[in-house]
Design a protein around this ligand. Sequence first.
Ligand code: ADP
Ligand code: MN
Length: 174
Amino acid sequence: MQRSRPNILVTGTPGTGKSTLCQLLCEQSGLHHVELARLIREEHLYTEWDDEMNCSIFDEDLVVSKLSDFLPEGGHVMDFHSCDFLPVDWFDLVVVLRTETSVLYGRLERRSYPERKIQENVECEIFQVLLDEAKEHFGADAVMEAWNDSLQHLDANVQRVMEWLNQWQGQVEA
Ligand code: ADP
Ligand code: MN
């Protein structure tokens, strides 16, 4: 499908700053933010609720079906902590946010995550699970790895994606 505006996926371990980056990008670009975890909650796109971990076990088919109503037309910045169930041709860029271990630990602690959930997420980040998942699923060329430890990083990441966006738009209009 030919899109006049691109779709960007922002993925990464919980706490790496996906939603924050997406909000800033949407303010600057006019693209529309899809916070998928929230959509799953609001639209009940899950089959089970994991009380202990306080998270849903989402239904991939339900999620893809819901997104197919509006996402393929373009103009969206979507954030989610997993990506291997998403159709590859829906996204023009995949940003994988990375955060240094101690910084991520602090952010998750401030979120009052249970210790086990903090450990799990920190390990997931150390072993760059989401980066590998994104590269394997979308291909390394589609993936932009971006460290996001500080506000300086955040500014640089916004700028980097905005530059990508301008280039993409230029190619479409050419
Ligand atoms: P995610 O959506 O990936 O779970 P959030 O965007 O909710 O992450 O960010 C997690 C926490 O880290 C929030 O408190 C946010 O304000 C903070 N944060 C996000 N990005 C940065 C950054 N680059 N530098 C410092 N703090 C950040
Ligand atoms: Mn988030």
